[in-house]
Design a protein around this ligand. Structure first.
Ligand SMILES: NC(=O)c1ccc[n+]([C@@H]2O[C@H](COP(=O)([O-])OP(=O)(O)OC[C@H]3O[C@@H](n4cnc5c(N)ncnc54)[C@H](O)[C@@H]3O)[C@@H](O)[C@H]2O)c1
Length: 449
């Protein structure tokens, strides 16, 4: 077995060799329209397991060879659930490197907490695997840029888990805006007004027998275990820590900001960012804020993102609306809405099957398009692209720019609620060393990229 100290070093020699093999094979391994696709799952929480099972149910000839988790309870449950659903028993591993070593695996599905997304995805690409990787892609700007370059170098298909990129209402909203019917875009407001409460870290405790804590931490700095961070069965509180996540801006605004960029025609990076926020609502001890406001300055308009976990009366699209393209949410209490103000109308845009509606003079709805929740479409697009070798809808280059909005917003907050100028070409901040250090990130010894 590999030791932690050589996590990516030992991997590096082996993986570099495999990478070349993967690259050479790439031309030959292009799958035909119905060829079998073999997947492996890294991170067997609710999201990863739910998505990969759904993907194999709704797409033909796609199988799960291996499931990987450092939480042994979830790993066993994942194996059971795959067996119960499909009648075959996948292999299990607590070490993702054995998946990278496995020549049978075509693509990996990465649904770990965020601090593992990019290290896992980059090493998967180097090993010749295609990748589906959950949002928010990265915990700093450097690492998702590195994935863009690695995916290009090794000719890998990488689909970001930003499923709104495959939402039918995203394509129609983009066409509507492009046609000029909304007029000139003046300003854009996005929201992530979620429910929540006070987070308080529990005292450190011995590492439970169901967890490999050292591997869970992986590239993040070592710290003692606390039951507040990881839970045996559920998600736990890792989203309250900068080392593993970008908080609720990462959890929810990653989607709304990405969707907004998509319908606006994917503008380049903003020129500046300002953010304010903190734990002034409940006074919790979480590092990531209970409320946050961010302002992004683009060439011709501002995009704002406002939200946090302080709004129990707001809601995402309920199930009956998510699955019914003929119905629209009540925009007033829709927690994940986007408002695009043009000179000719206001477009309300919703994810989770929210669709869009344009309000013109006298509060009249002048155009609309309904939609359903886009997970199936996004998963199908990934599988289709594995076979066709075409660029997926959630292509990594644009999704890296969207992830950068999340990282920029959090960096502006973390350096002390600052207004920061950003150079989109170098992806660096002007005149703020601390901001650039956060944009670069740090990696525990043995896990350097
Ligand atoms: N696209 C969406 O709409 C959407 C929805 C929910 C969650 N997500 C994202 O999906 C990811 C997973 O979310 P979740 O709710 O399932 O979280 P979770 O914490 O329940 O699951 C993550 C799993 O990864 C495992 N893990 C940690 N380190 C690992 C390692 N080194 N190797 C293998 N496994 C490891 C954990 O033990 C855990 O079981 C997150 O990034 C989250 O933001 C996306």
């Amino acid at each position: 077995m590999y030791s932690r100290r050589e996590f990516f070093k030992a991997g590096a020699a082996g993986i570099a060799g495999m990478a070349l093999a993967g690259q050479a094979l790439y031309g030959k391994s292009v799958a035909g329209a119905n060829d079998k696709i073999t997947l492996a799952l890294i991170g067997c929480g609710g999201r990863g397991l739910g998505c990969i099972i759904n993907c194999c149910k709704t797409n033909e000839n796609v199988v799960i060879k291996t499931v990987c988790d450092v939480n042994r309870t979830k790993l066993a449950k994942a194996r059971e659930q795959v067996e119960k659903t499909f009648g075959y028993r996948p292999g299990t591993t607590e070490d993702m490197r054995s998946i990278f070593d496995d020549k049978d695996v075509d693509a990996v599905w990465i649904a770990t907490p965020e601090h593992w997304h990019m290290p896992a995805a980059i090493h998967a690409c180097r090993a010749g695997k295609d990748v589906y990787v959950e949002k928010n892609l990265s915990v700093n700007i450097f690492e998702s840029r590195m994935l863009v370059e690695t995916a290009a170098k090794y000719n890998r298909i990488v689909q970001a888990g930003l499923q709104n990129r495959s939402a039918s209402q995203g394509f129609s909203a983009r066409e509507y805006i492009k046609s000029g019917k909304l007029g000139k875009i003046v300003t854009v407001k996005t929201y992530f007004m979620l429910g929540g409460g006070r987070f308080t870290e529990a005292p450190e405790a011995p590492v439970p027998s169901w967890l490999d804590w050292d591997k869970w931490l992986g590239p993040a700095p070592y710290r003692p275990f606390s039951p507040s961070i990881v839970s045996e069965h559920g998600r736990g509180g890792w989203q309250s820590y900068w080392a593993y996540s970008g908080g609720l801006l990462d959890d929810e605004a990653s989607h709304t900001l990405d969707f907004t960029r998509m319908v606006l025609g994917d503008p380049p990076h903003p020129k500046s960012v300002y953010s304010w926020g903190g734990n002034h609502v409940f006074g919790g001890t979480g590092e990531t804020p209970e409320f946050q406001s961010v302002v992004y300055e683009f060439d011709d308009y501002l995009i704002t993102a406002d939200g946090g976990g302080s709004f129990k009366y707001m809601q995402k699209a309920p199930g009956d609306i998510r699955n019914d393209a003929a119905r629209f949410p009540n925009w007033r209490n829709y927690s994940a809405r986007v408002e695009i103000y043009g000179t000719e109308g206001l477009m309300y845009l919703g994810r989770h099957g929210g669709g869009w509606q344009v309000i013109g003079m006298d509060d009249k709805i002048v155009a609309e398009d309904g939609a359903v929740f886009p997970d199936n479409a996004h998963q199908k697009n990934f599988i289709d692209c594995l076979r066709s070798r075409k660029k997926p809808n959630g292509d990594i280059e644009e999704c890296h720019r969207s992830a950068t909005l999340v990282n920029m917003g959090n960096i502006a907050l973390r350096v002390g609620n600052k207004h920061l100028l950003f150079d989109g070409k170098t992806e660096k901040f002007s005149g703020n060393k601390q901001a650039n250090e956060l944009a670069q990130g740090t990696y525990r010894k043995g896990y350097e990229l």
